[in-house]
Design a protein around this ligand. Structure first.
Ligand SMILES: C[S@@+](CC[C@H](N)C(=O)[O-])C[C@H]1O[C@@H](n2cnc3c(N)ncnc32)[C@H](O)[C@@H]1O
Length: 319
């Protein structure tokens, strides 16, 4: 049974609102959370296994190499809350390393995909109570009363935090602080700044899986919002935005065209794009400042020798 922290229609209404307002802006955009329908979630898992996509490999190796230290940081009997759980592959490593973890609460917007993750965890960790929550972590929500209050540990891997702009990230960190209380702990994975010849291919792989992942958003708009996007008239592009320190994904219109969505008409000039995702890259000082602004301090961190990716261990700043 999935706990849905709102009424059943919220995803449809939220998606429709985001798409219609996003396509009405001068720089057209659709928030990246809508990339993850069933097929999008599967395509993302394929991306994580690509040669070019170093973040998953690096973060997984960090969790394995520092399992002891991470278990000490986390404490015994943890109640693990994972924001944006997806397939939870890294969480299997974390839970296996923790000492007597009690609960696993994966939180994700992609409800059907989450059910598969839950089934896998229940089979692999029968001593851990696994109960999911379907919610949008960029909006306020309260944890259900069944989540034990003691020893809450937030896990937010995958550099999903980098998909949020500075203000969204600050609000998210404050929300997480509210969920965890003054004795909570958090482990956040963050991708680090690095040369563009490594960064860009990670978001524009040779096999075209990331392009499929991005274009699938238009397929979702067609299916769920009665859109008539012709996918072959758009091309995937990954570009660096230095002001945001982010790799951005766009869908670029190959030619001038008009598209209908939910009964509304949107015009595209040739070369005009829809911005679909930003993946911000951090340095340690920048991440620490962000964490502080959200009510946390970095007490521990684990990084690879190449300085590609970091796991930050956070404790609440006394309020
Ligand atoms: C980049 S993937 C990371 C998946 C996994 N944690 C990992 O590290 O490989 C982002 C995950 O967060 C979920 N997600 C994205 N935006 C979300 C939001 N606003 N609220 C809840 N879940 C969200 C997606 O459905 C997806 O499963």
């Amino acid at each position: 049974m999935l706990d849905v922290v709102s009424d059943h229609n919220w995803q449809y209404e939220a998606f429709r609102g985001d798409v219609l307002s996003g396509l009405s802006q001068a720089q057209k955009s659709i928030p990246s959370r809508w990339l993850y329908d069933d097929l999008g979630s599967e395509l993302f898992e394929r991306i994580t296994r690509l040669e070019e996509y170093y973040p998953t490999r690096t973060e997984t190796a960090l969790l394995t190499a520092h399992a002891e230290a991470i278990a000490s940081f986390s404490g015994d009997g943890a109640v693990v809350l994972e924001y944006g759980a997806g397939a939870g592959i890294k969480t299997e490593i974390l839970i296996a390393a923790l000492r007597a973890p009690r609960f696993y609460v994966p939180i994700d917007i992609a409800a059907d995909f989450l059910e598969q993750t839950v089934a896998r965890f229940r089979a692999r960790f029968p001593a851990v109570t696994t109960r999911p929550i379907v919610a949008d972590f960029t909006a306020p929500f309260e944890l259900p009363a069944w989540v034990p209050e003691e020893r809450r540990l937030a896990f937010f891997p995958g550099s999903t935090i980098g998909n949020l702009d500075a203000s969204e990230a600050r609000q998210f960190l404050r929300r997480m602080r509210h969920h965890l209380g003054c004795r909570g702990r958090a482990i956040i994975g963050a991708d680090l700044k690095k040369p563009l010849d490594v960064l860009i291919p990670a978001y524009d792989d040779a096999a075209g899986v990331t392009a499929q992942f991005n274009l699938n958003l238009l397929r979702r708009v067609n299916r769920e919002l009665g859109g008539d996007f012709a996918l072959e008239r758009f091309v995937h592009s990954a570009r660096w935005n230095p002001a945001e320190s982010a790799v951005e994904m766009h869908l670029v219109s190959r030619n001038p065209q008009t598209v209908m969505v939910a009964g509304r008409r949107f015009h595209f000039a040739a070369g005009e794009s829809i911005h679909t995702e930003s993946s911000r890259k951090y340095d340690a000082a920048g991440f620490e400042a962000l964490a502080r602004s959200g009510g946390w301090r970095v007490s521990d961190s684990w990084s690879d020798s190449g300085g590609r990716f970091a796991l930050f261990g956070l404790r609440p700043v006394a309020s």
